[in-house]
Ligand binder design. Sequence first.
Ligand code: CA
Ligand code: CA
Length: 299
Amino acid sequence: MQRIARDQSVFKLSPWNDPVAQASPGDTICFETYDCYSNQITQENQVLPFSGWDRVNPATGPLYVQGARPGDILRVEIMDIILDSQGVMRVGPGSGALGHVLTERKTKFIPIKDGKAIFNERLELKLNPMIGVIGTAPKGEEISTGTPGAHGGNMDCKRIGKGSVVYLPVHVPGALLAMGDVHALMGDGEVIVCGMEIAAQIQVKVDVLQNLWLPLPMVVSGSDLITIASEATLDKAAVTASQMMLVFLQQALGMDAQEAGMLLSLMGNLHICQIVDPLMTVRMEFPLWILEAYGYRMN
Ligand code: CA
Ligand code: CA
């Protein structure tokens, strides 16, 4: 399996990044990733400046996928996420939604033992390894790996884990796929702006889908189809994620908007992904079995 080393990383997803590796459709590639602090934290009492979004979230890549052309869809199947042996969290004044009540800075290492996060002597937490940042080159602009968007990026969607499939837009030849910011565990919202940040090895299988329309970014995870939207407010992101699914149901199942809206109101579930990044991210989850009842199967 081809491996991309973690020092081959970028802080911007950009059509102008030079690819660091190439793959063909059907290939499996291992992206070795730093934690979101570039593995710079080695002691809990270490003094590190709290910096802005421009030097966090290194994303390994970008990978050039042969045959991917603008207008295609990049299909990325997450085959495995192999975690390092411990994660780290940092909080302080200004951290996320609770920064106004966090007066002290604190850094905490969280070791992993027997597949569980050892939060303290009382609590062992079940892991849910997920990819915080995964995206392709945006169209005509570069976007910080701190920001989510239509190209993917820092979506912090906890449903992007082992076994899930992420569908991303192709805006430039080769798509230029990059990823990082793995969390061993994160709650919806990511309220203090970090999950259990950890270095990892992500194994993905890449494919190129042609002559297909999907609302992007889209994810298949477990028994759900998921649309993901990032907007300036949670309200707007919730509407966009819902509308993306509505339009998909119309296109894929041939429903009118009224019928699709009713079904979405009955069977769709909105969830917050994160409320702490430069844009807010919301997802709409919809059961795959309903698509299958109409004879529609996701590629
Ligand atoms: Ca993140
Ligand atoms: Ca993170």
